[in-house]
Design a protein around this ligand. Structure first.
Ligand SMILES: *Cc1c(COP(=O)(O)O)cnc(C)c1O
Length: 386
């Protein structure tokens, strides 16, 4: 059996969420279009609005500030493209972290093709962004800053509140990809002064294919939509709302909010136990800041082994690896390269990501498989002696 250590890629659907989604699909009272004004339409609409309130509560927002999307890829695109394009007459300059998810980076590259300029921030070797650097990068024509809350590869946690205070004081919008932070780190868009924030249901025990973008009330009418159609979501994201999906995300958000403390404590101690066990293998390096990290990710690089072979040796572990990224894009992880890791160490990186269901026994088993795998590879191909 495979041990699942890839919760940063997708979490299993919580059984209560799966039951709620299935029940909504089968419920004759929820089949109408939630935009319809007749009684069945209003019944569906009510469920959608209850779910919206639950998502809003997770991040300290008002329900009216939540826009449903198909996931965080769409939410990130809507935030970056929509906010930048709407403000193009005021300025065409953005300040962005190079450690963002592909959906932010690719949206930025699209903006560059449209004549926008990006200043890329320069994180330190632990993956942290100094808020003072954000302040220094702002120009008179800057309209948007984008910095993710918790990095999906390393788990490093940024100081969103400090960056938020700087942006708010300068009248610049702050977009935060909070996909990995949701349910793992406290989020409060008011206290942290965030203007746009992306969430994805399937990274917090909800269904795939649904997400949300928080847009601060004062910004709501100042984002250009990506899609054009009916007036749903105030015209920001037209299309018939998927009642069952939204209801599932709402329940997932409710569970994430109420279980934050328990989930976080449990996973932090398991995460530390995992790192302590992995660190007993010689030549294993932790990627990202040793302390400013979320409870669910341990990313390590292994000296003197080939990434592809390592992944094969860890076949019984469902983990993510620098080598797997490399086979898709032909490039070693840009995130790890930015942290100063060589191509070889970026290639031989393994990301373990824990979840609500992870047990101490699984941690022990995973650490043993890892130690045996690395030892085996080193016996086959001992590191060259200089
Ligand atoms: C998974 C992920 C996304 C994309 O979310 P989808 O809902 O799968 O499109 C965006 N940002 C981060 C940090 C992620 O981990």
């Amino acid at each position: 059996m495979t041990l699942y250590f890839d919760h940063a890629a997708s979490t299993p659907v919580d059984p209560a969420v799966a039951a709620a989604v299935a029940a909504a699909l089968a419920d004759p009272a929820l089949q109408a279009n939630p935009a319809a004004t007749h009684a069945p339409g209003r019944a569906a609409h009510e469920q959608v609005e209850a779910a919206r309130a639950r998502v809003a509560a997770l991040i300290g927002a008002r329900p009216a500030e939540i826009v449903w999307t198909s996931g965080a890829t769409e939410a990130n695109n809507l935030a970056v493209l929509g906010a930048a394009r709407f403000r193009a007459s005021r300025g065409r300059h953005l300040v962005v972290s190079p450690l963002e998810h592909a959906s932010v980076l690719a949206a930025c590259r699209q903006l560059e093709r449209e004549g926008f300029t990006i200043t890329w921030l320069d994180p330190d070797r632990d993956g942290l962004i100094d808020p003072a650097q954000v302040a220094a990068a702002l120009r008179a024509d800057t309209t948007l800053v984008a910095v993710m809350a918790v990095n999906n590869e390393t788990g490093v946690v940024q100081d969103v509140a400090a960056i938020g205070a700087i942006c708010r004081a300068r009248g610049v919008l702050l977009h935060v990809d909070a996909v990995q932070a949701a349910g793992r780190e406290p989020l409060d868009v008011v206290a942290q002064q965030v203007d746009l924030l992306s969430l994805s249901a399937h990274k917090m025990y909800g269904p795939k294919g649904v997400g949300a973008l928080f847009i601060d009330g004062t910004t709501l009418r100042r984002v250009a939509p990506l899609f054009h159609g009916g007036g749903q979501e105030r015209g920001l994201r037209p299309g018939t709302l998927a009642t069952h999906q939204l209801l599932g995300m709402g329940l997932a958000a409710e569970l994430a909010r109420t279980r934050l403390g328990t989930d976080r404590c449990g996973q932090t101690s398991l995460r530390d136990a995992l790192w302590m066990a992995l660190a007993r293998v010689p030549g294993v390096l932790l990627n990202g800041h040793p302390l400013r990290r979320s409870c669910h990710i341990v990313n390590v690089s292994v000296e003197g082994v080939d990434g592809e072979s390592l992944l094969l040796a860890l076949e019984t572990l469902a983990v993510s690896s620098g080598a797997a990224c490399a086979s898709a894009s032909g490039e070693p992880s840009p995130v790890l390269r930015r942290l100063g890791r060589s191509d070889a160490l970026a290639q031989s990186s393994i990301r373990f990501s824990l979840g609500r269901g992870t047990t101490a026994a699984e941690i022990e088993a995973a650490a043993a498989i890892f130690a045996a795998g690395v030892a085996h590879l080193r016996r086959l191909a001992p590191p060259a002696v200089a």
